[in-house]
Design a binder for this molecule. Structure first.
Ligand SMILES: [Zn+2]
Length: 338
């Protein structure tokens, strides 16, 4: 009877293990990308705030450069399976408080604020990374090193790092505010007008983020490994939104223990009433098959419910946020004569 007991408990246990494995997708790391400024002056609505940022010596408007580089950075990070939250992804005015709220609500581990600088001295040039408090200094230096490694070959000097950016002083996670170049400098401004340079900036920022937080690449590899082992379990919910990505993964260890206990108890009952079992063997086998079917159905229902919960956006989810705050849906960057 002992081998039968082991097989019985094993069947129940492996059913639970199957459900457990399906629920253990590693959650992506969240990074907040914060393109500076945004919004347009609309004469019909003079009370709607707008903020173009610096205006370049060549006519470039900072908000558009910031948004374009922010989008490029977001795409690069997403390619490494980072869950990117953008504080704005359209030409919209977003307050500093709102930017902070969005980053916190999505549990961002890091914030990269994308800007371009301007100076009254037209000769001031280079890429400068600001940090709001000393807690962000190492992150700023790491980003600065990676950024300048990428863009000094393009002809932009390294202006180092500096304490600054009052908007993020309350942040509990590291923040790097990047002034990729000076729009008041003719050479810098003409570089920022080129798509190739803006892509280089985004690559440098991506490299800096990943150098500071190696867990991003480790998590990417873990997610890929999980996906290749669960090709049939991949659903649109597998790339969970950041706010819903934190879910328990240890619950089913408990479930497996319960399954073993139930299995062993059932075998004990069979041994106690073996005469009755022998008389009603067919009926009992039918009952066991039905019981197993019910357990499997319950397990699948649990997994379905978890996936639905992951797909449900929170009140501060990016799409709802963008719908409320955006005035137009396309970047105006390409409209600008370069
Ligand atoms: Zn700015």
């Amino acid at each position: 009877m002992a081998p039968v007991a082991a097989i019985f408990a094993g069947v129940l246990g492996s059913a639970y293990h199957a459900f457990a494995a399906a629920s253990k997708a590693p959650s992506p790391i969240v990074v907040s990308v914060d393109p500076g400024h945004g919004g347009e002056h609309t004469p019909a609505h003079p009370n709607i705030p707008f903020d173009p940022g610096a205006i370049g010596i060549n006519g470039l408007v900072e908000k558009n450069v910031d948004l374009d580089v922010g989008r490029r950075l977001a795409a690069l990070l997403r390619a490494d399976l980072v869950n990117v939250v953008m504080t704005r992804s359209t030409d919209a005015y977003v307050s500093a408080a709102r930017r902070e709220q969005v980053s916190i609500a999505h549990h961002a581990a890091l914030v990269v604020s994308v800007h371009a600088g301007a100076s009254s001295n037209p000769r001031t040039s280079g890429s400068l990374v600001l940090y709001p408090t000393g807690a962000s200094a190492v992150f700023a230096q790491t980003v600065s090193d990676a950024l300048t490694a990428q863009i000094t070959p393009d002809g932009l000097p390294d202006a180092g790092i500096a304490l600054g950016d009052a908007a993020w002083t309350r942040s509990l996670v590291p923040v790097a505010t990047v002034d990729m170049g000076y729009l008041s400098n003719r050479t810098d401004a003409s570089l920022m007008a080129s798509a190739r340079f803006r892509q280089d900036v985004a690559i440098g920022l991506r490299d800096g983020v990943e150098a500071y937080m190696p867990a991003i690449i480790a998590r990417r590899d873990a997610i890929r490994a999980w996906r290749s082992g669960h090709a049939d379990a991949i659903s649109p919910g597998a790339l969970a939104p950041a706010s819903a990505a934190i879910s328990g993964t240890s619950g089913f260890q408990f479930g497996a223990v319960i399954a073993w206990l139930v299995g062993i108890s059932l075998v004990g009952l069979v041994l106690l009433f073996r005469d009755a079992v022998a008389r009603n063997l067919v009926v009992l086998i039918a009952l066991v098959v039905r019981l197993l079917g019910a357990v499997m159905w319950f397990g699948r229902a649990v997994i379905r419910r978890r996936r639905r919960r992951r797909r449900t956006p929170t009140s501060l989810s990016a799409p709802a946020f963008e719908e409320r705050d955006s005035h137009r849906t396309n970047s105006v960057y390409d409209d600008i004569p370069l």
